[in-house]
Design a protein around this ligand. Structure first.
Ligand SMILES: Cc1cc2nc3c(=O)[nH]c(=O)nc-3n(C[C@H](O)[C@H](O)[C@H](O)COP(=O)(O)OP(=O)(O)OC[C@H]3O[C@@H](n4cnc5c(N)ncnc54)[C@H](O)[C@@H]3O)c2cc1C
Ligand code: SF4
Ligand code: SF4
Ligand code: SF4
Length: 406
């Protein structure tokens, strides 16, 4: 039997499932709601192709921490694409360019309450790809489709989670790489799909998510708030009232339901195998006039990455690496001690058993106005999160010092 990633390290990238010639690999759902795989021993012929693709066990590093890549600030110049973008529409502008040139764009879309990857060459489909979906995305068999398109001579742009890009690059044969353009994101981890499920149970009219985050009130580097909107069967969009917490976006921000692999992420590097890495330029002080519409941190790892930025009409300015490193540690440091907290360990049980108000308190830190007997928990929460933050700060400062001294 092949030796693949374990329940603790598996990223759910489905590289193994896509490559298996015998369809011996299927998906299964862990008790914490995240998707894993299982191998059917009766079908498996022990060819070990899955091991070569698995970005956790194949031994090919996804990147390294150095300053070889170029650090840029940027935004899409097309105002509609920029407005729809989670940050400033960089992924959206590249997808639009590639599709306009006759190629295909692949990315994550919401289908009801599930986040799945899709590939399209239809310009009308591209807005669905835009926007951050703060939940675990399911690759399904998208890699097989991309391989087929590439082998037919099409260019494909894939934007997704770093672990998924790693699997895709392992899966696609080297000779087809010149046609494949990849962007990954600065990834803070993906939360359990069970958060959406429990939220939807509490809001029975909900049939899907309209947006996890939008710029109705502008993109602000400081004091930023996620802004969840959901839709009902009639297509009516429901805005969550400002000043309230919700299990989906506040649950994501809490990081207590992340995939277990996200607490020890092996894909967080300043220099990566993807062409581009995209994120928010948090803490920016250089481009205040652009803050309302969003400013991206873009890390260009390859000449092809830089070229597509030019072709896609993206405004860029070179910035010092320190502008990104100091405010966005998930770019280069993927560990978190939150994995050891009892709330994370007990997630499979608590997510199903706790009432919705209790879930909000535990997994979205909504402790305002909680009854007095929640006070010890509130105190524990403040202390445990501060310790987690302090450890992250110390470790990331150490890495930044080494990076900037070299
Ligand atoms: C789960 C998650 C965690 C993130 N954590 C951070 C962080 O800690 N720091 C930071 O600076 N930025 C983070 N980002 C990235 C940021 O939110 C933006 O996605 C990024 O800046 C790209 O914005 P854009 O306007 O260029 O892209 P858009 O034009 O809005 O396009 C968004 C692209 O992201 C992809 N995408 C969206 N959601 C998912 C998903 N769930 N799985 C796979 N692909 C997806 C889509 O395929 C699309 O191509 C995170 C994003 C996600 C989805
Ligand atoms: S070893 Fe080969 S047949 Fe078996 S699961 Fe892996 S890819 Fe499939
Ligand atoms: S290839 Fe991806 S889904 Fe398969 S075992 Fe490895 S990490 Fe898990
Ligand atoms: S944090 Fe790492 S393992 Fe988790 S989804 Fe992001 S890239 Fe994948």
């Amino acid at each position: 039997m092949p030796e693949l990633a374990t329940d603790k390290t598996c990223t759910g990238c489905m590289g193994c499932l896509n490559v298996c010639p015998k369809d011996a690999i299927s998906t299964r759902t862990y008790p914490d709601g995240h998707l894993g795989i299982s191998v059917d021993p009766d079908r498996c012929i022990e060819c070990r192709m899955c091991e070569k693709v698995c970005p956790v066990v194949n031994g090919i590093p996804y990147g390294e921490n150095n300053l070889k890549s170029r650090f840029l600030a940027g935004w899409a110049q097309d105002t509609e694409i920029r407005r729809r973008g989670a940050t400033s529409g960089i992924a959206g502008a590249i997808a639009a360019r590639v599709v306009a040139d006759g190629g295909y764009a692949a990315g994550a879309v919401m289908e009801g309450l599930e986040c799945r990857y899709t590939v399209t060459s239809d310009p009308a489909e591209l807005p669905r790809l835009q926007g951050s979906k703060y939940t675990a995305s399911m690759p399904g068999t998208v890699m097989r489709r991309i391989r087929q398109l590439l082998s037919e001579g099409n260019q494909v742009f894939f934007c997704g989670l770093p672990c998924h890009v790693a699997a895709l690059l392992n899966y696609i044969p080297e000779k087809l790489h010149p046609l494949l353009l990849t962007a990954d994101i600065i990834c803070g981890g993906v939360s359990s799909p069970l958060l959406l499920k429990r939220y939807a149970e509490e809001h029975p009219e909900m049939t899907g998510v309209a947006s996890f985050r939008n710029k109705d009130h502008g993109w602000h580097p400081k004091g930023y708030r996620y802004n969840l909107k959901y839709v009902d069967a009639e297509g009516t969009v429901h805005d969550t009232p400002s000043g309230t917490r919700n299990l989906i976006t506040d649950g994501f921000a809490c990081e207590l339901t992340d995939r277990r692999s996200c607490y020890d992420c092996r894909f967080a590097f300043t220099h990566r195998r993807s062409d581009l890495t995209l994120g928010d330029l948090w803490g920016d002080t250089r481009f205040p006039a652009q803050h309302h519409d969003g400013v991206s941190a873009i890390i260009a790892h390859s000449p092809r990455g830089e070229e597509i930025l030019r072709m896609a009409g993206i405004a860029v300015s070179e910035i010092p690496a320190a502008d990104v490193l100091g405010h966005n540690t998930r770019l280069f440091y993927g560990k978190s001690v939150k994995r050891f907290l009892p709330e994370r360990r007990l997630l499979p049980r608590l997510i199903r058993r706790l009432s919705y108000p209790a879930l909000l308190r535990v997994y979205a830190s909504d402790l305002r106005g909680a009854p007095w007997y929640w006070m010890p928990f509130a105190l524990y929460r403040v202390v445990s999160f501060r310790i987690a933050e302090k450890i992250k700060q110390l470790k990331s400062r150490y890495i930044i010092r080494h990076l900037t001294q070299d």
